[in-house]
Design a protein around this ligand. Structure first.
Ligand SMILES: N[C@@H](CCC(=O)N[C@@H](CS)C(=O)NCC(=O)O)C(=O)O
Length: 241
């Protein structure tokens, strides 16, 4: 049985769950406790050297990077296809994944303050220093330091929001020909965008999701949410209390 190490609210995990559900693949989910820094433990770093979620284990082999995992799943289980037909459109799909991956820092600014900040702010300086030591990337060390000690300011949030709204502008343009991001059909590019759009819609900039502001994105989002796989992929509300 395939195993997915993931988190309910993690955007990258949501992508992989969506892909698995689109394909109707059964899997065993292992929820990783990010507040307990389980993903920086030596055991976890063995299966995911970046110390992030998700990680897929298939036939005993671990794989990280949600975009890569989705492509792997599509190659291994081609039906229904989630990649466009032509090499050019597939290349465009990869560029979308890459672009959206590059925006993750802006999402973290909004996401981590809800659940992780409470825990991280209670660590002593010694505990924090110990935890930071285990984080493989400098960028994420900084993110944890910020969430624990120096929460992002309103100005930083505004700048992050603007970058995420720019994603909607870019999507609006790309959706013009077919209503999907890469090629004529729903693909891994759309899957990559879904968790970001979900957060923009529910908290970050809901006013930007109206048919007046971004009509094609609004339509795309309605279509995507109507897919049966979306209901099964656990895109529950981010803030629950
Ligand atoms: N590019 C990676 C990003 C993975 C990622 O950033 N995962 C987040 C959750 S969405 C995470 O594990 N954050 C914990 C941390 O950075 O300590 C992917 O798509 O798999």
């Amino acid at each position: 049985m395939m195993i997915l190490h993931h988190g309910s609210r993690s955007s990258a995990s949501r992508r992989v769950r969506l892909c698995l559900e689109e394909k109707g693949i059964a899997y065993e989910g292992h929820v990783v406790d990010m507040a307990a820094m389980e993903h920086h433990s030596p055991e976890y770093l063995k299966i995911n050297p970046l110390g992030v979620i998700p990680t897929l284990i298939h036939e005993g082999q671990p794989l990280h990077e949600s975009g890569t995992i989705c492509e792997y799943l599509d190659e291994t289980f081609p039906d229904p296809p989630l990649r466009p037909d032509t090499p050019h459109q597939r290349a465009e799909m990869r560029n979308w994944i890459r672009h959206i991956d590059g925006l993750i820092g802006n999402l973290i600014i909004f996401n981590w303050r809800h659940h992780l900040q409470k825990t991280a702010s209670q660590w002593t300086d010694a505990e924090l220093a110990e935890k930071l030591k285990n984080i493989p990337s400098k960028e994420r060390q900084e993110a944890w330091l910020r969430v624990a000690r120096k929460p992002y300011t309103e100005e930083e949030r505004d700048a992050a929001r603007a970058k995420l709204v720019a994603l909607l502008d870019k999507m609006e343009e790309a959706l013009k020909p077919f209503g999907w991001l890469a090629g004529k059909s729903y693909s891994i590019a759309d899957i990559a965008a879904a968790p970001f759009v979900k957060r923009i819609d529910e908290e970050i900039a809901p006013d930007e999701m109206t048919p007046k502001k971004h009509p094609r994105v609004a339509d795309w989002w309605t279509k995507l949410q109507a897919r049966p796989a979306y209901a099964r992929a656990d895109f529950g509300p981010f803030v629950t209390s």
